[in-house]
Ligand binder design. Structure first.
Ligand code: NAP
Length: 201
């Protein structure tokens, strides 16, 4: 697949390198002019050329950036990997929650795109080919378009994940809260190599 990744931070680079290892054609859509070892383009060009787009920018920028590319994202699968994390008071907190989520706000900003929330409940080190003693971890996803979730599920399964679909995009409220549980455990233990796994069902 041709995958356009918006954002050249830790998330964008980890996904780009991991997807490229699996034979996907990746490009990072960024305001930067170069990134070592990875192809870059403007956000507009990266979206235009892509079969699938990943939104991997800072949470505070995600809705505005997605909205500005709305016309180019029409019909495309858009993975929203972002979290509404606010570190301004020291301890992290969510700046959206309970009755709303970034996933829903992104979907509203790009009504023609098929948004799938994914990758937000785990650290970048495990995004692609996670190797854990307990076997494949579970990526929790949410979105309104079943076909889009099917495409994302296939991508996740080929890169080492089990997938649990929590339903429509409003379930992003729970996925974004799960990020806080992941961060809290890491902050308490000082380790960042953990992931969730759903057992039974
Ligand atoms: N780090 C993790 O392990 C992890 C795991 C899961 C989810 N997440 C979430 O994924 C998102 C990205 O995280 P990150 O760790 O890569 O780093 P980040 O520092 O939160 O964001 C990185 C990218 O955001 C883009 N950005 C920032 N402000 C922008 C603006 N005003 N307009 C457009 N783009 C802007 C920049 O892209 P350019 O400079 O390239 O344009 C930058 O490279 C966050 O929402 C985070 O919560 C992070």
């Amino acid at each position: 697949m041709k995958i356009g990744i918006l954002g050249s931070g830790a998330v964008g680079q980890a996904l780009a390198r991991g997807f490229a290892r699996h034979g996907h054609e990746v490009v990072i859509g960024t305001r930067k002019s170069e990134i070592e070892g990875l192809p870059v383009a403007t956000p507009e060009q990266a979206v235009t050329d892509a079969d699938l787009v990943v939104l991997g920018v800072a949470g505070r920028a995600s809705v505005q950036l997605a909205g500005s590319l709305s016309h180019l994202l029409e019909g495309k699968v858009l993975i929203d990997a972002t979290n509404p994390l606010d570190f301004s008071t020291g301890a992290p907190r969510l700046f959206v929650g309970f009755e709303d989520s970034l996933g829903e706000q992104v979907q509203k900003a790009v009504p023609g795109a098929r948004v799938v929330k994914a990758y937000n409940t785990v650290g970048k080190a495990l995004f692609v080919d996670p190797e854990l003693p307990g076997g494949p971890p579970t990526m929790f996803i949410a979105g309104n378009d079943d076909a889009a979730k099917g495409i994302v599920t296939q991508l996740l399964q080929e890169t080492g994940w089990e997938v649990a679909d929590l339903g429509g995009i409003e379930a992003s409220r729970w996925l974004e809260a799960m990020c806080m549980a992941w961060v809290a455990y890491g902050a308490r233990t000082g380790t960042w190599g953990h992931a969730f796994k759903l057992l039974g069902g």
